[in-house]
Every structure is written in C-alpha cells, then in structure tokens.
Design a binder for this molecule. Structure first.
Ligand SMILES: [Zn+2]
Length: 467
C-alpha cells in the first residue's frame, strides 16, 4: 500500500474532487473551530481513499478458489462485482471477484475476499460502527444514540437500525450465558477471571437487590397499562480503599461484576453462582455477603454462600427494626423512645449486639405490654436473634468490612435505573433482556468479546450462499 505515500498531498488532491474541495476548505476557514472541522473532514476523506485503494489492491491479488461444497470441483471466477459498506470513515465502495461452480451447481456464488475481510453476506455496516452504535445504546435511548453517532462520526443511521443491532448482539450475549450455564450444569466450572495480586487480596463482596422495571402488558404493542416487574440484580466486587483529598481512607469498589435477571430469586441463583465461581469465591481470602432485610436474598445466602462467606446484615436496616421496637413499647413521639433507640443503636454499632438482644428478651419476659406491642417486640427480637452472627458490627469494622449495603444497592439500582426507567419508557420482555445483556456485558468488561469478527483467511473457507 504505497500509492498514497508516494504522492505529495497536492498531487493526491488534484486527482480527487472531494479531497481537493476538503483540502481547500481548511485554508478558507476563518475560525479555529471551522478549521478543525475542515481538517477532520479532510482526514476522513483521506482514510476513505486509503481503504478504497487497499481494498482494490487486495481484490487484484490472485484468488485461491475454494472447492464447490456440492460437487467438490474448484470454483471459477465470474469476474468483479461491486460491494459497498458503511464504515467509520464513510461509505466505502470496492469490487471483488466472485466465483461460481464450473459444473453450474445452483445457488452457489462465493466472494473469498469478503470472507477474508470477515464480512457477512448481507452485512451493510462495518463492525466498528455497529459496536459504537451498541455502546451508545447501552447508555442512552436509541434515538439519542443515532444523534450522538452522527455528531461523533458523521455516520447517519436510523434508530431502528441500532435497535436491531442491540437485539442481535443482546441475543448473542444471552446465548453465550446459556452455554456457560449448561457447562456448569454438567459439572464443568468456569475458570476464574484474571485479576491483579492487589485485587486478589481484597475481600470479595457479594450482594443483591430487586429493582422494578416498567413493562408493556402485551407483546408487540405499546398499548395497555404499564405493568411493573422485578429484576433481580446481584453484584460481585472487590472492596478496597483510596485516600480522599483530606487524607481520609474511603471505601471503594473495584472490579465490579454484575448479574441480573427478569425473574425471581430462584432464577437468579444459577447466574450468581456461575459469576461467583468466576470471581474467585473458592479462592478469595475473604468473602462477604451483605444484604438488607429481603428474606429471599437471605435464603439465597444460606443455600449458596453460607459455607464460603461472612454475612453482614445492613446496619441501617437492623437499626430500623430497633426503632420499631422503641416506637411500639415507648411511643415513638416521646423523648424516652428516642433516647432508648439512641442507646441501643450505639450498643449495636459498638459490639454489644448480644446485650441489645438480651434487653429485648428481658422486656418481653418481664414487661406488661399490650399484645400488639408484645408481637412487635417478639418480631424484632427474633429477627435480630436470627441474624445475631450478621450484626457483629464492631468486629466487621475491625476487619475493614462495611456496615451498610448502600454501596451494593446503589450499584444494583444504577444498572437498571440509568437506562430502563426514562420518561415514558416501557419494555417488551425481549427488548429489555437484549439490552440488559449488552449493558451487563459492558459493566462486566465483556463487551469487546461480543464484537470479535471471525476472519477466515483460508481458501477452503465454507462457501457463502450468495443467491
Ligand atoms: Zn459444484
């Protein structure tokens, strides 16, 4: 590919109307902004030229014709046929040889260069544009994604095109996940994800939450009243810290990985287990399950993680329960109730959870409260007693672990809230799932893998059916 390099710029431009116009526009620009845009447009035109020339060069190389898959004779060239493809640097036109079976086997026409370039038969857009479109759609509505794409690259697409890409890539992500789950089901555990030695030493934090999404009530039509369905979201992350500008240690989550499903906790379980294995559940020095009161999530903990993880009940949630007891027994409007609450919350925070539970037990045994108050006190007591190993907050603090599940919950909410709950948004089940899996792929650092183009340089490549 020496043609362009050999030519001085002026000579190059003289040969090409678009290049000349764009080159001259740089000199005619008044403001810096205009100059930058003109130079940008010129750069795009140059890149487009380079691509066209290189494709023409490759098309001129001798073709190693593959065999006809039906009669196994070598295919024969039928001459050059034009093709165009939308790329990041504009529409690129090129011609390449197509071949047919010498024996005239029906329906067979092959373009080996297309295969070498990793182009599918009906592909109109080059993969880097598809990737950018999908990436934008992961964060903003489809309409906005096309506007941004136009602004950023000059590539003009409609929202339906981007929507279609998201459906097909999302489906691909879901299929990959299904395959991994099938392997796990057959007893093959996934290999652990690579991570740095520093990350390996940090505690692995696991938490989950439920988030509601607005869905369409009927398939294929936006009509009808919105129904809200719950998405179960879980996060697996390493807990580290960083220094703030005032020199204070602040907790920070690293290496965030998320799983999510439109469904119940039982449907979340296999996904979470798969990801936990990948994130080093069995090799981490310290694994922590942290959750608020949601009963289903604690069941999940007992079923899957009790053997591996320390569990922490969200402190604010535990304290809230103590307030319920204070409000019931001492009347929530009184100073006495507030003082008692303050005292027990302090005890809870500073390693005296057993004393707090004992106080509740004592009150239940010796006080003369009405039945409804007794019920509340008993509920709170039983709740904290059940979680007595999960409320040793002083110990958790000494181990550098968090008291609250806030970080975990906000990460879970963000995954859904930021993209799926915009004004007027309502989702079909498939539409939601496909975009969700693309979004997960992005958050989990697996987005690029979805866009690996399979290039097949071998001349024995399987034949495309062109007609
Ligand atoms: Zn044939």
């Amino acid at each position: 590919m020496t043609n362009l390099l050999k030519l001085p710029l002026a000579e190059l431009c003289a040969d090409d109307g678009v290049l000349t116009t764009r080159y001259l526009a740089i000199g005619e620009s008044q403001s810096l902004v205009a100059m930058v845009w003109a130079a940008w447009a010129f750069g795009l035109a140059i890149a487009n030229q380079l691509l066209s020339q290189e494709l023409a060069r490759r098309a001129s190389l001798p073709t190693d014709w593959p065999q006809c898959p039906k009669c196994h004779c070598r295919l024969r060239s039928k001459g050059l046929r034009p093709r165009q493809i939308q790329t990041l640097v504009g529409l690129v036109h090129f011609s390449r040889r197509v071949g047919r079976c010498r024996n005239g086997c029906k329906g067979l026409m092959v373009a080996p260069l297309d295969q070498e370039l990793g182009l599918d038969l009906y592909q109109q857009t080059s993969q880097e544009v598809v990737k950018l479109g999908c990436l934008l759609a992961v964060f903003v509505p489809f309409d906005t994604a096309t506007v941004l794409l136009k602004q950023l690259t000059g590539v003009n697409l409609n929202a339906t095109t981007v929507w279609n890409w998201v459906q097909s890539l999302g489906m691909k992500a879901m299929e990959q996940l299904e395959q991994e789950l099938a392997l796990l089901n057959s007893g093959i555990e996934p290999s652990e994800e690579e991570r740095s030695p520093e990350l390996k030493q940090m505690p692995l934090i696991i938490g989950a939450d439920g988030v509601m999404v607005p869905m369409r009530p009927l398939e294929k039509t936006p009509k009808g009243k919105t129904i809200w369905r719950e998405v179960k979201v879980a996060i697996l992350t390493r807990l580290g810290s960083r220094l703030s500008c005032t020199g204070k240690q602040i907790s920070r989550l690293y290496h965030r990985r998320m799983v999510a499903i439109l469904g119940d906790i039982d449907s979340l379980r296999p996904l979470l287990w798969l990801e936990a294995l990948r994130q080093g559940l069995k090799t981490a020095e310290c694994v922590v399950w942290i959750s608020d009161g949601g009963r289903g999530f604690w069941r999940l903990y007992h079923e899957c993680f009790a053997n591996w993880a320390i569990a922490i009940l969200d402190f604010y949630h535990a304290a809230q329960n103590l307030w319920k007891a204070a409000a019931a027994a001492l009347d929530g409007r009184t100073t006495k109730a507030r003082q008692w609450f303050k005292l027990v919350r302090h005890q809870l925070r500073h390693g005296e959870s057993e004393q707090v539970i004992a106080q509740l037990a004592h009150a239940i045994e010796w006080s003369q409260f009405p039945k409804s108050v007794m019920n509340t006190l008993t509920n709170v007591h039983d709740y904290l007693h059940t979680h007595r190993e999960h409320i040793k907050y002083k110990r958790f603090k000494e181990w550098g672990l968090p008291r609250g599940s806030g970080m975990v919950e906000s990460a879970c909410k963000w995954l859904i809230q930021q993209r799926f709950k915009g004004v007027g948004m309502r989702w079909s089940e498939d539409g939601f799932n496909h975009l969700l899996h693309l979004r997960l792929a992005f958050v989990n650092d697996r987005f690029d893998n979805l866009f690996l183009v399979s290039v097949n340089p071998s001349s024995t490549a399987k034949c495309d059916r062109l007609f």
